[in-house]
Design a protein around this ligand. Sequence first.
Ligand SMILES: C[S@@+](CC[C@H](N)C(=O)[O-])C[C@H]1O[C@@H](n2cnc3c(N)ncnc32)[C@H](O)[C@@H]1O
Length: 263
Amino acid sequence: MTDKLDMNKAPGHQVLAAAGKKALRPGGFGATEKLLEWADFHADQTVLEFASSFGYSAISLAKRYGVHVVGVEQNPDSVARAEANIAKSGLAKQVEIFQGDILHLEQIAQISEQQFDYVLAEAILTMQSDAAKATLLKGIYNRLKPGGQLLIHELRVEGEQIDEIRRDLSATIRVNACPLSTNGWSHLVQETGLIIENLDTGPMMLLNPYRILKEEGILALLTMAWRMLTRPALRRRILSMRATFVRHSSNLGYIVLAARKPM
Ligand SMILES: C[S@@+](CC[C@H](N)C(=O)[O-])C[C@H]1O[C@@H](n2cnc3c(N)ncnc32)[C@H](O)[C@@H]1O
């Protein structure tokens, strides 16, 4: 996958994955852990994961909690990598990743009418326009069983300059980046009829070297450093993203939120 990447145009998450980064969410694995603690997973419950990328979260959920996970991922290369990871984990009976668009779940025949105990969305709603976010939330509501839970982990932006920060982020990440404020995310979720049960916020962690060392290990950090040293185009992209995150650090962060569909 990395060989085909055009470093001038590739979306930020693909650039980071090519560098060897595994956690592609704003609060890192630490924020994900907090989110998962709010869920009360039982074996044999079902989870729909939006944008499952290489399948790391889906595999981890299946292994830790015995749940069945269905992931939907648009990029065929990522689906292929996820399938290889699932095969390696021996969890093929519990984890399936389908290639498709989260905005068109009805086109995935295997799950066209299925409802789930949980919907998990990390670092994906931020990439949608505000109109698409509202459509997705309505879809999520319909996909949850009564009493089911939505778990999200997304980018948060606060302050007066939201539009300018969104423009700067989109320019450096090279995908649509439309984070909301804490109030904006809460409002979006509540408007669909879901009831927020837990919410937490924190600073942006994506390219914090200490956090990478702590969560992904010394080998991941050294791999990233080596690839940046030896691949100038990769280095330029990552340093540009980091500079934007640092410039707006007082306004940027993550949000994790758990909300329930009424019975
Ligand atoms: C920032 S990554 C998030 C990946 C993962 N959730 C995580 O936290 O590591 C974005 C992923 O979303 C996928 N994606 C983007 N738009 C999508 C869509 N409309 N439907 C399904 N997947 C999508 C991309 O292919 C990419 O793998």
